[in-house]
Design a protein around this ligand. Structure first.
Ligand code: GLY
Ligand code: MN
Ligand code: MN
Length: 434
């Protein structure tokens, strides 16, 4: 992503922060996996959004109106020996020349430099509670100024939650962000297609999983969350990630997998028959979920509120389950009792962006948030019937179905970013036969 994009975001944020303010945001830290090995580094999404800087041990400071530059980046110094072992570092020069910081200091000097930057500000914008060690240091720096305030130094008087401004910005995707999300969507669609084509009785869930690894890494993307590759009964476990069972003839395979590109996620689920042909019971339930998906997508348009797609989905699911005699009663009463929750226990979607479950409020006050162009959400209705579900005939057992797509709110309505991946029974069967 271009560095002008990050600059635009910082300027927009600083404009909203106003005068005599400062924003302070630390990066993620490296996490030890065992002994000398670390987990793959993933930058903090807020930090990435504002800096594009992908190193640990860094702190971003924004100080609107500061004479020597408004964007200050504390980061690791260059160190030829450490870089030989562990990889390149931007250093202070790189922070300025490559990453567009106005000013940069070694992270090890932060205790000496940052308190001076806090002086003279009224409000400190930060995210409390995410990194408690850093919170303690920040409070320490403010206390330090207060202790010396008799010498006439101005002490900041309040901490302000940075996320109110920042997360609302992140909710509305820019053209550049949508470019990344479309890329992630396209890679993900190809990966799901590979999985559908490879799937056959006797294969193992991890072999299907490996198709995603290959396709994602082949395009410099990576998993945005642990992939769910669940055959038969495993498809009824919402967060199943063992992915180590054999796929059996006659069962369904539920795959919920998504990749991220420069941090931007795709999140897609398809459910298809291991042997390429849906049984009549599987098809009956599948068509209800598909109809719920269609009804929910139809409700994604400006002016509708966040919960409209969910309301539409649960209505279709309730009606469908009554038709199949899996629920008994009137639609109105069953909806009121939320009887569908026996079979559909999660919500119909979430915001999508740098985080798979992205930031942004779902309510404003006591009202559901209105949908506006530029927001991206998932639509993911499902039905899950584990074996031995009480009062349910065994022909429905071990059927778990979810259909999930990534949807952008547009001025006219919406666009399904992952629409190229088949959803209809006939299309999926044709693809698997071919
Ligand atoms: N893959 C996580 C979700 O669907 O919400
Ligand atoms: Mn999702
Ligand atoms: Mn998902």
């Amino acid at each position: 992503m271009k560095i002008t994009e990050f600059k635009r975001r910082r300027s927009q944020l600083m404009k909203m922060m106003g005068k005599n303010t400062i924003a302070i945001l630390p990066s993620s830290s490296e996490l030890i996996r065992n002994r000398d090995a670390h987990f793959p580094f993933r930058q903090d999404s807020d930090f990435l959004y504002l800096t594009g800087f992908n190193e640990p041990d860094a702190v971003m400071v924004l100080k609107p109106g500061r004479k020597h530059g408004e964007y200050i980046l504390f980061c690791r110094e260059k160190d030829p020996e450490k870089e030989t072992w562990n990889g390149r570092r931007a250093g202070q020069e790189g922070a300025i020349d490559i990453h567009g910081a106005d000013d940069s200091f070694p992270i090890d000097d932060i205790d000496d430099i940052l308190p001076g930057m806090l002086e003279g500000t009224d409000s400190i914008f930060n995210i409390m509670g995410r990194y408690s060690e850093f919170d303690k240091r920040l409070i320490g720096w403010v206390s330090h100024i207060r202790e010396h305030s008799r010498s006439g130094k101005h002490v900041p008087s309040e901490f302000v939650a940075l996320e109110y401004l920042l997360h609302d910005m992140r909710l509305f995707k820019s053209r550049e962000e949508l470019r990344m999300m479309r890329k992630a969507a396209a890679i993900n669609v190809r990966a799901h297609l590979r999985a559908m084509k490879l799937c056959a009785p006797g294969k193992y869930e991890y072999q299907i999983h490996a198709e995603f690894d290959h396709e994602y890494r082949g395009y410099n993307a990576d998993h945005a969350y642990p992939a769910i590759v669940g055959g038969g009964a495993n498809g009824c476990i919402l967060h199943y990630t063992d992915n180590n069972d054999e796929l059996k003839d006659g069962e369904l395979l539920l795959i919920d997998a998504g990749c991220e590109v420069e941090g931007y996620a795709s999140d897609v689920t398809r459910t298809f028959p291991v042997n390429g042909k849906y049984s009549s019971a599987q098809r009956d339930l599948y068509d209800i979920v598909l109809a719920a998906h269609q009804a929910a997508v139809k409700k994604v348009k400006p002016g509708n509120h966040w919960n409209d797609p969910h309301d539409a989905a649960v209505r279709v699911i309730t009606r469908g389950l009554i038709e199949l005699k899996l629920l008994k009663g009137t639609v109105a009463r069953l909806l009121k009792e939320q009887a569908y929750r026996k079979f559909y226990m999660h919500r119909t979607g979430h915001w999508l962006g740098l985080d798979v479950h992205d930031v942004g409020d779902y309510r404003v006050g006591d009202q559901w948030r209105l949908l506006e162009p530029g927001m991206v959400l998932t639509i993911e209705p499902g039905i899950y019937i584990p074996a031995h579900t009480r009062g349910v005939h065994r022909k429905w057992w071990n059927i778990g179905i979810r259909i999930e797509d990534d949807v952008l709110v547009t001025r006219q309505g919406c666009e399904i970013l992952t629409d190229a991946l088949p959803r209809k029974v006939a299309e999926i069967e044709a693809l698997m036969a071919g």
